[in-house]
Design a protein around this ligand. Structure first.
Ligand SMILES: [Zn+2]
Length: 75
């Protein structure tokens, strides 16, 4: 049985000897795992940035409301 290496598309014989199946080599396996990890990392980063932005935005809104309140009480 043969499969195609997901990274470089060459035929890999699916056998007990193919230690990195379905990849042709350790390098291709690491590249694929690296891509997957990088993808997850990007998603995690984006979520972190979104959370940070919304927290900053809420803090800003809160400060605006407080400033308006202060003006209201001064007049
Ligand atoms: Zn490969």
């Amino acid at each position: 049985m043969k499969v195609k290496c997901p990274t470089c598309d060459i035929d890999v014989v699916w056998s007990a000897d193919a230690a990195f199946r379905p990849f042709c080599s350790e390098r291709c396996k690491l590249i694929d795992l690296g891509d997957w990890a990088a993808e997850n990392h990007r998603i995690a980063d984006k979520t972190a940035i979104d959370n940070q932005l919304s927290e900053e935005y809420l803090a800003e809104l809160e400060q605006e409301f407080m400033a308006q309140d202060n003006e209201f009480f001064q007049h």
